[in-house]
Design a protein around this ligand. Structure first.
Ligand SMILES: Cc1ncc(COP(=O)(O)O)c(C=O)c1O
Length: 389
């Protein structure tokens, strides 16, 4: 029989704490998808038996996501991911009128590039765009947002939960005000769906973005909730799939996976949120003990995702810490900023350059164990000590 010494296995162990970048596909999600890659290969638009089998898979998935979001099935439009859903929401609303009509868009200073880039595009096209700041806790202050509103404001797009620091925005309050002025509200909920309850009626939003790979579904598939009665300009012109909002033959297997992942989250959400919060607190406590001082946690004074720990390691560059720990998958900033090295979010909350450099994002998920947390804490303390000695 082959024996591995415990020490050796610990050293060789790799740990993934980057669930905000993406999650693995849950085993039962993969299982649900498989028949749609092989057996039920029909086109969901075909009226024969083979098409109907595929269409049923898509319909079931639509129901599962609708149930997680608390909306009607015909308010869900499947897309190729969070990026496309954001583009469809923002450009789809704004492009309904030409720039000469004076259309105004408001976004926040901590949006994901999948919101800031469409906003930049619209500005180049001649639309008016305002970026509202966040406070030092990473929250959009409704009063500042209200001040930014103009007579021609058509859409306000504020993310639900931030990908880097996890702060949760007061979407309901923002929506209440916007609706009193007949302004539409979109929220990028790519990071919140599956981690915290994200109900479109509680939030009272008109449009909401979903990305399956953030909640144990496959990559390359997402959805946009479009409230009944809201009309937007499709980005793809073609067939009449997805109620005419998104042309193109549906990615059936991926959609089925998204649906199954939504079903799993709907069942497990509260319990897993509690577990994440417990593990996150344990990780922070171990780090503070090892380093011997209280650590700054970005966004800690605000409501926050239960799985996200954006922590500042003092007097060190977090990137160098991660370089010493090739077995740990975590990030400084977010995955999308990892090449440029700048984090818009950390700048927007007014973090000093030194604190921003020392910031590491550790994001936990369903498959994170207590043992993972203990090992990662030891590794991080060791790396920090080596670099600051
Ligand atoms: C807040 C946020 N919005 C949008 C996206 C983009 O989603 P996707 O990768 O599915 O295009 C991500 C993650 O990548 C995200 O974190």
């Amino acid at each position: 029989m082959h024996h591995t010494s415990p020490l050796r296995s610990i050293r060789l162990r790799r740990i993934y704490l980057d669930y905000n970048a993406t999650t693995p596909i849950a085993p039962s999600v993969l299982e649900a998808m498989e028949p749609f890659l092989q057996t039920h290969y029909g086109n969901p638009s075909s009226s024969h038996w083979m098409g109907r089998a595929a269409a049923e898979g898509v319909t079931d998935a639509r129901g599962m996501l609708a149930s997680l979001l608390g909306c009607d099935e015909d308010e869900i439009v499947f897309t190729s991911g969070g990026t496309e859903a954001n583009n469809l929401a923002i450009k789809g609303i704004m492009l309904r009128e030409p720039p000469s009509a004076g259309g105004h868009l408001i976004i926040s200073a901590i949006e994901h590039p999948a919101v800031t880039s469409p906003a930049d595009f619209l500005r180049r096209m001649g639309y008016d765009v305002t970026i509202v700041p966040v406070n030092k806790d990473g929250i959009v202050e409704p009063d500042l947002l209200i001040k930014a509103i103009k007579r021609k404001t058509r859409l306000v797009s504020i993310m639900h939960a931030n990908n880097e620091i996890g702060t949760i925005q007061p979407i309901r309050r923002i929506a209440d005000f916007c609706h009193s002025r007949s302004i539409l509200v979109h929220t990028d909920a790519a990071q919140s769906v599956g981690k915290i309850r994200t109900d479109v009626d509680q939030l009272d939003v008109d449009l909401l973005t979903v990305a399956a790979h953030k909640f144990y579904g496959p990559k390359g598939v997402g959805a946009l909730f479009i409230r009944g009665g809201v009309d937007l300009e499709p980005l793809h012109h073609g067939g009449d799939q997805e109620f005419g909002f998104r042309a193109g033959t549906e990615n059936t297997a991926a959609i089925v996976g998204l649906g199954r992942a939504a079903l799993l989250c709907n069942k497990a959400l509260e319990e897993s949120a509690k577990r994440m919060e417990f593990l996150r607190a344990d990780l922070l406590e171990r780090l503070e003990q090892g380093i011997g001082m209280p650590l700054t946690v970005n966004g800690a004074a605000a409501p926050r995702l239960p799985n996200t720990l954006s922590v500042v390691f003092p007097s060190v560059n977090a990137r160098l810490m991660l370089e010493r720990l090739p077995q740990l998958a975590a990030s400084t900033g977010s995955a999308c900023h990892s090449t440029t090295g700048t984090s818009g979010t950390l700048q927007a909350i007014g973090l000093s350059p030194a604190a921003a450099q020392g910031t590491m994002r550790l994001s936990l998920g369903w498959y994170t164990s207590q043992e993972d947390i203990e090992l990662v804490a030891d590794w991080l303390i060791e790396a920090w000590t080596a670099l600051t000695r």
